[in-house]
Design a binder for this molecule. Structure first.
Ligand SMILES: Nc1nc2c(c(=O)[nH]1)N[C@H]1C(S)=C(S)[C@@H](COP(=O)(O)O)O[C@H]1N2
Ligand SMILES: [Mo]
Length: 303
């Protein structure tokens, strides 16, 4: 996959499509009864892919967000009432400065960048999303990681009154995820607070979510309220649910199939009915950056 420095989504997208998207976006926001949001100032990044991003419509209407239901359209249909303000994140465990930080404080001093990343769901579909966010490492450095910490645990908001899917019992809520500390500190790992130059839409995990582009999408936990530095590997929702199918690592790997389907290829959302499937790339195309994190590990057993 090609890497080009300093690309913005407006530069990799044909102008007409860009203008259409802007119109559509404003329309979509108005339809949802939301005021047009202020543009976020974010710097371009050398980590961005030059692939054409999916449309805002695609990115906000085809979602996995089980807190709102099991269908791809449930988050778009049912997340409109989720209260985003006030929002705070409890940061604790093995850190020097534990506490409950409100969202503005979490973001304080962290340089916002646009990161156009590939997203590969374990269900074998994919998108390209122009996130806005900052490196998780910046936040971890600020709160101060204590020497014994080896992992980072994340937790999504638990609020069944506003998240109807949480009234179902098939998942043990809240949704939890985790990373090894070196994965969390990797420059590709971001906390996203926006996309397409605006605040993060609710279906995508507003107001703040993790994005780890070389792992299957389920690792990129949405609507985070708690971050805990731990020594032990933390429990993770899909691993708890189906340990034979979903591991802790969940690195995108075309050579290790899911027990029920192949992971060798993927369907790009928006590619059209007759678009062919694309080859899935090792570490979702980020092998040059992250393969070293797993040297000496058997990726077949550590799936
Ligand atoms: N809290 C929470 N985070 C979640 C999920 C979820 O259901 N709940 N779904 C995951 C899955 S399976 C995927 S593929 C991505 C989808 O992110 P997107 O909707 O922004 O494309 O979010 C991940 N994060
Ligand atoms: Mo997913």
């Amino acid at each position: 996959m090609a890497w080009k420095p300093d690309l913005k989504w407006s530069e990799v997208t044909p102008k007409a499509a860009w203008l259409n998207r802007r119109a559509l976006m404003t329309g979509a926001l108005a339809a949802a009864g939301m005021p047009a949001l202020a543009r976020i100032k974010a710097n371009p990044s050398a980590f961005s892919t030059d692939e054409t991003p999916n449309t805002l419509e695609e990115i906000t209407s085809y979602n996995n967000f089980y807190e709102f239901g099991w269908d791809k359209g449930d988050a778009a249909a049912l997340s409109g009432n989720l209260t985003l303000d006030p929002w705070s994140v409890e940061i604790g465990g093995l850190v020097e400065r534990p506490g409950t930080y409100d969202l503005a404080d979490v973001m304080k001093g962290q340089p916002l960048e646009e990161r156009i990343y590939r997203l590969r769901c374990v269900e074998a579909w994919s998108m390209v999303i122009p996130w806005i966010g900052f490196q998780l490492s910046g936040l971890l450095d600020r709160v101060g990681v204590k020497p014994g910490a080896k992992h980072v645990a994340f937790q999504t908001l638990l609020r069944p009154e506003e998240m109807p899917g949480q009234n179902g019992r098939s998942i043990d809520w809240p949704y939890v995820e985790g990373l090894r500390l070196d994965e969390a500190m990797h420059p590709l790992t971001i906390l996203a607070t926006g996309l397409y130059g605006e605040d993060l839409p609710r279906p995508n995990g507003a107001p703040i979510r993790l994005v780890v582009p070389w792992k299957y999408g389920f690792k990129s936990i949405k609507s985070i309220v708690k971050i805990t530095l731990t020594e032990q590997q933390p429990p993770t929702t899909w691993n708890l649910l189906q340990p034979q199918e979903y591991g802790f690592y969940a690195n995108v790997n075309p050579t290790v199939d899911h027990p029920r389907w192949s992971q060798a290829t993927e369907r790009r959302i928006g590619g059209g009915l007759f678009a062919g499937r694309e080859e899935t790339l090792m570490f979702n195309g980020y092998a040059d950056q992250v393969a070293g994190l797993y040297s000496g590990m058997d990726l077949r057993t550590n799936y």
